[in-house]
Design a protein around this ligand. Structure first.
Ligand SMILES: Cc1cc2nc3c(=O)[nH]c(=O)nc-3n(C[C@H](O)[C@H](O)[C@H](O)COP(=O)(O)O)c2cc1C
Length: 198
């Protein structure tokens, strides 16, 4: 048996930069998730997670963020491409949890000023997510030319992103359901924690 409470899939806005265009993307994706039956969400702005910078990892857990990840069935990470990589602050935030992520789904929406829609940052983020114990999907969000993709008020100007995001969310929901079934019904045989310090 698998519990049939709604799936919980929070959206993480992965940059604190002033003037960030990723905020428009995160709000768009958040609104698309809200439209889904049987799915609950929350927008997590990493700007609001105040972490010290003189330590790292589980030692500096933010209780509210950890509780949100613990409750989640899937995470949606909206990440801008900074020199083909991810913002350091996003990594700092993600590093504060471990067991909370295990056997949960994750989908990534890359954001870039250029035409590649954050494909390079996504490729760089995937091994990090795997090490955290998250399970990635084979569909991403790629938000290209983000400087002109939204108007000043944050309204999406290219409707083709709606069906693409729908496809991305369908895949993520499938993985989230599958993994919830696995977590609740199938023993992994290796205990609750992955390799961790390896
Ligand atoms: C430090 C930094 C590095 C960046 N590197 C890239 C890059 O490698 N490729 C790219 O397409 N855009 C790059 N950009 C532009 C961002 O993709 C652009 O700002 C976009 O709006 C998404 O980031 P934002 O949410 O911070 O606005 C960079 C921006 C910053 C601030």
């Amino acid at each position: 048996m698998t519990t049939n409470r709604p799936l919980f899939m929070p959206v993480i806005l992965g940059t604190a930069r002033q003037g960030r265009a990723s905020e428009h993307v995160a709000r768009f994706v958040f609104d698309e998730v809200l439209k889904r039956e049987g799915v609950e969400t929350e927008l997590i702005d990493i700007r609001n997670i105040k972490l010290p910078t003189t330590d790292a990892g589980e030692a500096i857990k933010d209780a509210q963020f950890s509780a949100t990840v613990e409750r989640a069935d899937a995470l949606i990470i909206v990440v801008p491409e900074y020199n083909h990589g991810y913002p350091g602050l996003l990594k700092h935030v993600l590093d504060t949890n471990l067991k909370e992520y295990i056997h949960k789904a994750v989908g990534v929406c890359g954001v870039s000023a250029g035409v590649f829609g954050g494909t390079r940052v996504i490729e760089n983020l995937l091994p990090v997510l795997r090490e955290l114990g998250l399970v990635t999907i084979f569909w991403d969000g790629n938000f290209s030319n983000v400087g002109t993709l939204f108007d000043q008020s944050g309204k999406l100007l290219d409707e083709s992103y709606v069906p693409r995001t729908d496809k991305f969310l369908k895949e993520l929901i499938w993985m989230a359901k599958t993994l919830r079934h696995g977590r609740e019904n199938i023993s992994s045989g290796v205990g609750g924690q992955g390799p961790g310090a390896d």
